[in-house]
Design a protein around this ligand. Structure first.
Ligand code: ZN
Length: 417
């Protein structure tokens, strides 16, 4: 008798009773699957069972495997999901939330068992699964001191919420990046200097807390990862970040962004693209101005206290070209007509120019030919709750405006006064 185990969620669906509401709407039950084989001298080929044990049914339910599998569905095996369709009884065994590499190993053993091959696996007996085995399904783990940090043991793969604070980490532990079910990762109060791009492979990550670390940047690769679809809360406060890349504004699901106590000298210029952003704090940074796109935000809460805001300049900066260069006029045309571009078509530096083009008050774009003016804006126009900008009771901050032509500047000069 040999045995091999897999921890995952299981849902057994009868194909004969599809309409009876037996489907649990994709909500599996935590289970331990064991693959058991029996060999005897009289029967040279092995008999094999799949035993499914749950917390309620520790002895488990047995399913014959030998020549009894109709089909495997393994399209999502990398996400820890697969289905085994049995001939008799006519059921689909749907597995989910498994560690993908364990799942692959288990499925190939099941496949061998189906063919009647002997699977080379450790020997044990068909005993009921112990309650302790279900502890592998832990979904939350909070570690707040170095001595509790697991060094030899792995993190349970089923974790959805992991906090490791005050552990003196200087980099992100690669074992965390295998936790594909993570929704919330809190690495606050460590000494992390750089984030690996593979954090972007945590496809369900909604909340990332990096408060009080040694970060100097947030990489373009991360901005362009699957975090674009999942990340809602990002705390980068108490780091050493001077600027965020323009691609940061592609993290479109962001609702809550904390940047307090950094060394920011500017916001990413396309910040207005963060259409879901509701809570923004960047207190105690070195912001001299806000970018013109700041006007497009629609926030509930805004805190810009203690920045080094400058007085708006009285005279505008005039950088108009006459006539426009070929680069300027083609860039304007591409952006105005929303013609797609990318580094596979045009040089990378041109993509960067286009990505950081300025938006005129008229809605058109400009690269190098513009008039730049500064004015003050009342922050209440973009946020319900505004923390005072300074100790003087002000809620106004300087904001940059761009004009693509003299005409646009003259028409808006009222606004600048
Ligand atoms: Zn204009």
């Amino acid at each position: 008798m040999g045995e091999m185990k897999l921890h995952c969620e299981v849902e057994v669906i009868s194909r004969h009773l599809p309409a009876l509401g037996l489907r649990n709407r994709g909500k599996g039950v935590r289970a331990v699957l064991s693959l058991c084989q029996q060999t005897s001298r009289s029967q040279p080929s092995a008999r094999a069972f799949l035993l499914i044990s749950t917390l309620k049914d520790k002895r488990g339910t047995r399913y014959e495997l030998r020549e009894n599998i109709e089909q495997f569905f393994t399209k999502f095996v990398d996400e820890g999901k697969a289905t085994v369709r049995l001939k008799e009884p006519p059921v689909d065994i749907c597995l989910s939330k498994a560690n993908s590499s364990s799942l692959k190993g288990f499925l190939s053993a099941v496949r061998l068992a189906h063919r009647g091959c002997k699977v080379d696996i450790p020997v044990s007996t068909l005993t009921p699964v112990k309650t302790s085995e279900f502890e592998n399904f832990k979904t939350k783990m909070v570690i707040t001191s170095k001595k509790d940090y697991p060094l030899s043991k792995n993190f349970p793969y089923s974790l959805e919420h992991l906090q490791t604070s005050y552990c003196g980490l200087v980099r992100v532990d690669m074992r965390m990046l295998c936790l594909k079910n993570l929704r919330k990762l809190d690495l606050s109060h460590n000494h992390i200097k750089k984030l690996p791009a593979t954090i972007g492979d945590l496809i369900h990550l909604q909340e990332l807390n990096l408060n009080d670390n040694h970060l100097e940047s947030f990489s373009v690769a991360l901005c362009q990862s699957t975090l674009q679809k999942s990340l809602r809360t990002l705390d980068l406060s108490k780091n050493k970040i001077k600027a965020l890349p323009v691609q940061f504004c592609q993290l479109q699901e962001l609702m809550n962004l904390k940047l307090d106590d950094n060394e920011l000298i500017q916001f990413p210029c396309k910040i207005g693209q963060l259409i879901n952003l509701r809570f923004l704090s960047a207190a105690r940074n070195k912001l001299p101005f806000l970018p013109s796109e700041f006007r497009n935000l629609s926030l509930e809460y805004l805190d810009l206290f203690g920045n080094t805001f400058e007085q708006p300049k009285v005279l505008p900066v005039i950088k108009l070209q006459a006539p426009l260069t070929l680069l300027e006029s083609s860039a304007r045309t591409i952006l105005y007509n929303r013609i797609p571009y990318g580094s596979h078509i045009i040089p990378f530096h041109l993509c960067q120019d286009l990505d950081t083009a300025k938006t005129c008050v008229c809605g058109r774009f400009c690269l190098n030919s513009f008039i730049q003016g500064t004015t003050t804006m009342n922050l209440h126009s973009v946020a319900h709750t505004v923390v005072l900008v300074d100790n003087m009771g002000g809620t106004e901050a300087p904001i940059v405006s761009y004009f693509c032509s003299l005409g646009c500047y003259v028409n808006s000069s009222d606004m600048l006064k």
